[in-house]
Design a protein around this ligand. Sequence first.
Ligand SMILES: C[S@@+](CC[C@H](N)C(=O)[O-])C[C@H]1O[C@@H](n2cnc3c(N)ncnc32)[C@H](O)[C@@H]1O
Length: 285
Amino acid sequence: MLSTPPILPAKQRIRQAFDQAATTYDAAADVQREVCDRLAGYFEQIDTDFQPAAILEAGCGTGYGARWLQRCWPYAELTLVDFAPGMLMASKIHCPQARPVCADIEALPFANQRFDLYWSSLAWQWNDPERCLVEAGRVLRPGGMLAVATLGTDNFPELRHAFAEIDAYSHVLSIPTPERLLASCQAGGWAMNVWQRQTVRRYYPDLRLLLRRVKAVGAREVEQRRPAPFGRAAWQAVTARYEQLREPWGLPLTYDVVWLIAQGPIVGEQHDRCAASLFLETERG
Ligand SMILES: C[S@@+](CC[C@H](N)C(=O)[O-])C[C@H]1O[C@@H](n2cnc3c(N)ncnc32)[C@H](O)[C@@H]1O
C-alpha cells in the first residue's frame, strides 16, 4: 500500500494536479518524452561503461524514463519516487520490477550515499532546484552520476505575455534562473559533463487546446491563486493577447529546457572538471 508523505500546502496542490493528470498524462506528454529522450541521448554520449547498481528516478511520473533506465541496466535496483500516488501507480504498471516510493524529492527518505545514479526529468522546476541538488548529492555515493532535465526562467513566455495586464496574479510558474543551479553545482564540487539550455516549441490551433494540453500533463498550478475564476471578458482579453503571437503553424508554446549531467564530488580526488567531457554551452533559439 502506498502511503502519502506530509507536504506543504502549495506542494499539496501541485501534487494533486499531477495525481489527477495521471490518466491523461501519457497521451499529452510529447514534449516531456522529447526532453527525457534527449537526456538519455546526452547520457549515452558521455559514459558507455557506467554500470550503476542502484538507480533513483526522482519525479518518475508514469515511468517513461524508468523504462529506459531498466532497458539500459536491467540488473540494477531501480527505485521510483513520485509524490503523486496516481503517477506512481502508473509507473509501477509500466515498470513492475522497480520499487515505487511515494515521497518528496526535496526530502528523500533514503540513507546517504544510497544510489549510483540519480535521474530526474522535468520534476525539479516544481521545487527549489538547489534543494533538489543538495538531496541528490546526499543520496548519491561519492562520484555517482546526476542526470537532470529541468526548466529555465524563460519557460512559457507566450502565456506570460497573454496573462500580463489581466490582473495582478502570477499565472505561470516562476522558476529560478538556471545559472544559479549551475553555480551551485560548481560550488558543490560537481564535475559537469553536460550543461545544455535550449528551447523546445510546440504549436496549437487555438488557446483552448493549448491550455487543455498543458493541464493534461498536470502543469496547471502556480504559486498565486486567484480567489475567483476568470470571467468571459478576461478570457477574451487573454485570447486576444495570445493571438498577437500566432505564427503560420499556430499558437506557439515555448519550453526553456535545461539538461544537466554531472559527476558527484569524490572526496580526496581531483576531478578534471571539463576534460574528456561533453560540455555544451547555453544555446537558445
Ligand atoms: C512533468 S512530470 C515528469 C514525469 C516524468 N519524469 C516524465 O519525464 O514523464 C513531473 C513529475 O514530478 C513529480 N514531482 C514534482 N515535484 C515532486 C516532488 N517534490 N516530489 C516528488 N515528485 C514530484 C510530479 O508528481 C510528476 O509526476
